[in-house]
Write a protein that binds this ligand. Structure first.
Ligand code: HEC
Length: 394
């Protein structure tokens, strides 16, 4: 019963996380688009840099953007920050509920690094925080003044952290950490830079002083970084459902290629929104496609490692009995699942049940190394191949 309640809590949290995440990323897409859409017109109010005309949902909108800021501000100025904060908070709670509570199963893979659950949690928090510190340092350093160099350095930083994650955590742990780290950078940009800078500018304006345009430039830079990171971060967030992404030694390269391809696609969209002809930025698309093709090639399953030896049911059941049925049985023996029943309702306690789940067993344990969860029982590659041969012959 308690597991049922926890599952509902998890689902509500995930639902909430999706809703606020969509609101945040939607606002990011909209404002970056809006920013590029301003045109100079014959009649504009003083201090206005450009205006944009929009039609949506049965109404026409006329938006002005100020060079720096208007001479005075109304009381009902709308801020956009809770989307970001709530996405981060709900994401962090999900991380706790899904990965920290059962860290020894979900974050630790003893074949990658032997550590306890609590150790994994401490390392996780440290690495997530270090990602933001490194990124913020790059932006504030001399490199931060050169967009191209900054882009390369931030990319290198994310890949470096990705390499680190794949050497510390389980495969899915490494990918969720890449997503969580990028998400943390994006939220911290809003919380530590964009909103505080905007607040200083607003305060100056209200006090009748000239605001510092540099503060706005920095805010704009961080906001654009967030925009470029939106596509990769979304893929990392759903990655744990696709074991082929991370269950191989080149998982770090997949991380690099996803960041690159996502960033390039976003660049294409942004340039076209800014008025560039699609042909002038078309180069980004074949490059992004090559990146994604390379990802597909890297993640392709290795076929037929041990030939088609005839494996008996008893041989297969011995492997499944050792590595799977402590969790996937009507009454799991594994302490983490004792009260909640077999995970996802998948039963692997009889030959008939294994046959019924053959597709899942193939992707999770033969082609991928996702199951047994955390590989606590240290399933060998040979056992995986034997299991694969049994499945292939049925
Ligand atoms: C320590 C407990 C544990 C062990 C041992 C274990 N599993 Fe699982 N299994 C889980 C959990 C937890 C899930 C649900 C994962 C999730 O929520 O993403 C799962 C899910 C699955 C699924 C469904 C995947 C999906 O996304 O629908 C399959 C298939 C599976 N396991 C097969 C196996 C096989 C085969 C073995 C043995 C080689 C095995 N499991 C060993 C805990 C375990």
């Amino acid at each position: 019963m308690s597991a049922f309640v926890i599952d509902w809590f998890n689902l509500f949290l995930r639902w909430f996380h999706l809703i606020v995440g969509i609101a945040w990323i939607g606002a990011s897409f909209h404002f970056v688009w809006l920013d590029f859409s301003f045109r100079k017109r014959e009649t504009m109010n003083p201090g206005v840099y450009g205006t944009s005309w929009l039609v949506h949902g049965g109404g026409f909108y006329h938006v002005e953007k100020y060079q720096v800021a208007p001479p005075s501000l109304p009381d009902d100025l709308h801020w956009f920050k809770w989307e970001a904060y709530l996405t981060f908070l709900s994401g962090f709670l999900l991380m706790v509920a899904q990965y920290y509570v059962n860290a020894s199963s979900f974050l630790v893979d003893p074949q990658i690094l032997v550590m306890t659950g609590p150790e994994a949690v401490v390392i996780s928090l440290f690495l997530l925080f270090s990602g933001w510190v490194g990124y913020d340092f790059l932006c504030r350093s001399a490199i931060g003044r050169h967009t191209g160099w900054l882009a390369i350095s931030v990319f290198a930083l994310i890949v470096l952290e990705g390499v680190l994650f794949t050497h510390v955590f389980s495969g899915r742990g490494a990918f969720i950490h890449t997503g969580a780290m990028i998400g943390t950078m994006m939220t911290a940009n809003v919380f530590r830079v964009i909103i505080p800078n905007q607040r200083l500018v607003t305060r100056d304006l209200l006090a009748g002083r000239d605001p510092d345009a540099e503060l706005l430039r920095i805010g704009k830079q961080r906001s654009l970084h967030n925009n470029y990171l939106t596509l990769p971060v979304l893929l990392f967030m759903v990655s744990n459902h696709y074991g082929f992404l991370y269950n191989h030694p080149q998982a770090w390269a997949v991380i690099a290629l996803i960041v690159l391809a996502g960033g390039l696609i976003r660049h294409f969209i942004n340039r076209v929104d800014a008025g560039a002809t699609p042909s002038s930025v078309f180069w980004t698309l074949p490059l992004a496609a090559c990146g994604l093709m390379a990802t597909i090639i890297i993640t392709a399953p290795q076929s037929g490692s041990s030939g088609h030896r005839d494996v008996t049911d008893a041989e297969m059941m011995a492997i499944v009995g050792t590595h799977c049925s402590s969790c996937h049985a009507p009454k799991p023996r594994h302490e983490a699942f004792r009260d909640s029943g077999p995970p996802k309702g998948v039963l692997l306690d009889t030959v008939a049940h294994v046959r019924q789940n053959r597709q899942g067993v193939m992707t999770q344990s033969v082609q991928g190394r996702i199951m047994p969860l955390g590989n606590e029982s240290k399933m060998t590659d040979e056992e995986r191949a034997t299991l694969g041969a049994w499945l292939a012959a049925r």
